[in-house]
Ligand binder design. Structure first.
Ligand SMILES: C[S@@+](CC[C@H](N)C(=O)[O-])C[C@H]1O[C@@H](n2cnc3c(N)ncnc32)[C@H](O)[C@@H]1O
Length: 274
C-alpha cells in the first residue's frame, strides 16, 4: 500500500519537472512569472478553467483571505493571488509539496500574498472564523475522515463565507475490489457519492449547497491527463526509476477505466456558512 507521502514525493508533477518544462519552452528561471508556472503547476483536472469555475461560485475578490486546502505545488494559491488579488494560505500534509510551493512562489515574487504551511485537512490548525473563502481541488479523495475536513472548514470560515471544492465521486458501480485498489495505489481510502457529499456539507452546517456532476467532462480531461503522464516518461524514470513510472501509468490506466465505466466521476461543490 502506498502512503500519501511517497505518492506525492514520487509524483510526475513536481517542482523540478515544472522548471524543466519552462526551460524547454525557452523561459529561464530568472524570467519565470506566475502565468508561466500556471502552464504546468495545476495538479487538478481541467487546469485554470476548473479554478475559474470555483471562483465563479465563490465570488472570490481582491483582498479576500482564502484558504487553499491541500494546496500541493501551490498552483491554485498563486493563481488566486495574481489573477484575483486574493490573499491565500495554502496547507498541505506533504512537506516536499509545501517546500516546493514556497520556492515556486518566491521565484515569482508572490510570497507577500501567498504563504504555505504543513497541515492536515482533517485537523485544520486555524482559529475559528479566519477565512472569507476556502477552496480544495482533487484532494479529499485522500482524506478518510471527510466529516472532520468539512467540519473544520466550516469552523475556520467567517459567517457568510463560502467553500468550493472538486473531488472524485463514487457511483454504485464502484465495487469493493476497485475501492481497495484505489486505497492501495492512490492513497485514496474512501470515495463517496455526489449526494453523500451534499449531505455531509449540510450536516456540518453549510447552507445553499450546490453539487454538480462533472463526470462527463472528466472523461476527456482524464484521457488527456493519462497521455500527459505518459509523455513524462523520460523525466519520471530519471527521477524515480522505470518501475515507479510503469506502476504509476498502470494505476492511472485503471483509474481512467473506472471513470470510463462510470464507476468513478467528478463533482463540483459550493456551500455557504450562514
Ligand atoms: C492532487 S493534489 C492537488 C493539489 C492542488 N489542490 C492542486 O490543485 O494543484 C492533492 C494534494 O492533497 C494533499 N493532501 C492529501 N491529503 C491531505 C491531508 N489530509 N491534509 C493536507 N493535504 C493533503 C497531497 O499531499 C497533495 O499535495
Amino acid at each position: 500500500m502506498i502512503d500519501l507521502k511517497t505518492f506525492y514525493d514520487e509524483h510526475p508533477i513536481n517542482e523540478t519537472e515544472i522548471l524543466d518544462k519552462l526551460a524547454a519552452d525557452g523561459i529561464p528561471e530568472s524570467a519565470v512569472g506566475p502565468e508561466h508556472l500556471s502552464r504546468y503547476d495545476q495538479d487538478h483536472y481541467g487546469g485554470l478553467a476548473a479554478t475559474d469555475a470555483l471562483v465563479d461560485i465563490l465570488g472570490i475578490e481582491a483582498d479576500m483571505r482564502v484558504l487553499d486546502i491541500c494546496s500541493g505545488m501551490g498552483g491554485t494559491s498563486r493563481y488566486l493571488a495574481y489573477r484575483y488579488g486574493a490573499s491565500v494560505v495554502g496547507i498541505d500534509l506533504n512537506e516536499s509539496r509545501v517546500a516546493g510551493a514556497r520556492r515556486l512562489t518566491g521565484l515569482v515574487d508572490l510570497d507577500h500574498m501567498v504563504t504555505f504551511q504543513v497541515g492536515d485537512a482533517a485537523d485544520l490548525d486555524f482559529p475559528e472564523a479566519s477565512f472569507d473563502r476556502a477552496i480544495c481541488q482533487e484532494a479529499f479523495l485522500h482524506v478518510a475522515d471527510k466529516e472532520a475536513a468539512i467540519g473544520g472548514c466550516h469552523r475556520v470560515l467567517k459567517s457568510g463565507g463560502g467553500f468550493g471544492f472538486t473531488d472524485w465521486i463514487a457511483t454504485d458501480r464502484l465495487d469493493e475490489r476497485a475501492r481497495s485498489i484505489f486505497a492501495e495505489t492512490f492513497a485514496a481510502p474512501r470515495s463517496i457519492g455526489l449526494a453523500e457529499y451534499g449531505a455531509l456539507l449540510e450536516a456540518a452546517g453549510f447552507v445553499h449547497v450546490q453539487a454538480r456532476d462533472l463526470s462527463a467532462e472528466w472523461k476527456g480531461i482524464l484521457t488527456e491527463r493519462l497521455e500527459m503522464f505518459r509523455s513524462l516518461e523520460k523525466e519520471t524514470v530519471s527521477r524515480f526509476g522505470q518501475d515507479r513510472f510503469d506502476t504509476y501509468i498502470r494505476n492511472y490506466e485503471f483509474f481512467v477505466q473506472q471513470i470510463d465505466a462510470g464507476a468513478l466521476g467528478g463533482g463540483r461543490f459550493g456551500a455557504w456558512k450562514p
